[in-house]
Design a protein around this ligand. Sequence first.
Ligand SMILES: [Mg+2]
Length: 241
Amino acid sequence: MFPRIIFSDFDGTLTYGLSLGSFFFSILDLIKTKKSELVVVTGRSVSWGHFLMTHTDIVAVISEGGGMLTFRDEKGLIRDHALLPDQELNRLKDFVLKLKQNFPEVSLSTDSLGRVADRAIELEVARPKMNELAGLMDAHQIHYSCSNVHMNFWCGDIDKYKGMMHFLEHHREEVNIEDCIYFGDSKNDESVFKAMKNTVGVSNIRTVIDELTYKPNVVLIGEHNEGPFGVLNYLDYLSRK
Ligand SMILES: [Mg+2]
């Protein structure tokens, strides 16, 4: 059966490297043809969610690693909902000041301006100082995770899977998680790989697969299954099953 909802990571999964191409729209077309829905689950900022939902048929975006949910209300207006308490949002603001004092040379990603529940450092900026940055974050009970583009950090108990379950419980009560699927490519998808049965890693996940404690149920292989091509091939296979 074709999945009722397709949950998917964005960078490296729906994009090829960083490129958004015609393949992305082929995925959207196939999902629409099958009367299914796409929910993007990304480490990108909440403002990216507004863009994606304004210009495509994507029904909801869980962003900032599971800290924010963007959806349409009953009037069709785009709404944001923070999935963690104000207290944690304020603790994060305070930590950013400490980070700047300790590492004045480490700038936040430009899209941190549009972030609410987390902040990000470009991976290439963070990489040379990774151990020191992680040490400061550990000392202040700040969580962090790396996608293929960013080192993200946040306060509180959020992850991609919790964001997905919140969406199902509050916006798609009739849908069972067993009837959904998840596509991902990186370490920040691990909470979903751990908790959900129906998960697929696109073939570029090979670069981090040995670092994952919890791996996707299906791991695609071959260059023809990288990122969005893997998503499209797998959905096409499911549509013909
Ligand atoms: Mg990714």
